[in-house]
Design a protein around this ligand. Structure first.
Ligand code: IMP
Ligand code: MG
Length: 177
């Protein structure tokens, strides 16, 4: 199998530094809340980011995951129909919910997920995304904790995939197909 060329956009060191900073901001944000904190990762893209981010947060917290459909396999275009394929195992009622996402593109996935989770009466819902592509936004989303803003390029690595591949790369890169 031919390996496609990969241009590093965000190095492993830069990601690691940013994750530490995000952890500190999250610690600061929730330090006075007496509610339970729960981090919710969207599968599968957020797993790598989640595993590093949760270890940068001092406040005791739960982690849980949900799977929602957005892209068809092999497509680089988001669909607007977002469905829950795997729901949370935990209740979020009365808790401080922090959604952990790999990347926000059009914003439709997050808008739908936040709307669905809001009906479960959490104490608060905030969003932490490692990457955002603001020029692609079709719906307004409030991102409380943001790692990197990138231009409109399809990127892979550190959890991000193309057709389920390249999630294992320690850096974020642009794939030359
Ligand atoms: P949205 O609903 O358009 O915001 O899509 C968000 C989801 O699309 C993310 O959670 C990713 O799974 C996926 N996605 C968006 N852009 C990229 C990219 O550049 N590389 C890999 N996945 C992406
Ligand atoms: Mg995703």
């Amino acid at each position: 199998m031919n390996q496609p060329t990969m241009n590093v956009m965000i190095s492993a060191d830069d990601i690691s530094q940013k994750v530490k900073e995000l952890g500190q901001k999250i610690n600061e944000h929730y330090k006075d809340s007496d509610k339970e904190l729960i981090l919710i990762g969207l599968l599968r893209g957020s797993v790598i980011f989640m595993s590093d981010l949760c270890r940068a947060i001092d406040k005791p917290h739960e982690i849980d995951f949900m799977t929602v459909s957005s892209y068809a396999d092999g497509s680089t275009v988001s669909s607007k129909n977002v469905k829950i394929l795997k729901d949370l195992d935990s209740s979020i009622a009365g808790k401080d919910v922090l959604i952990v996402e790999d990347i926000i593109d059009s914003g439709h996935t997050l808008a739908k997920v936040m709307q669905m989770l809001q009906t479960r009466e959490p104490n608060s819902i905030e969003l932490c995304t490692l990457v955002s592509k603001p020029s692609r936004r079709e719906i307004q989303i409030d991102v409380r904790f943001l790692g990197f803003e990138v231009e409109d390029k399809f990127i892979v690595g550190y959890g991000l995939d193309y057709d389920q591949k390249y999630r294992h790369l320690p850096f974020i890169g642009e794939i030359g197909l």
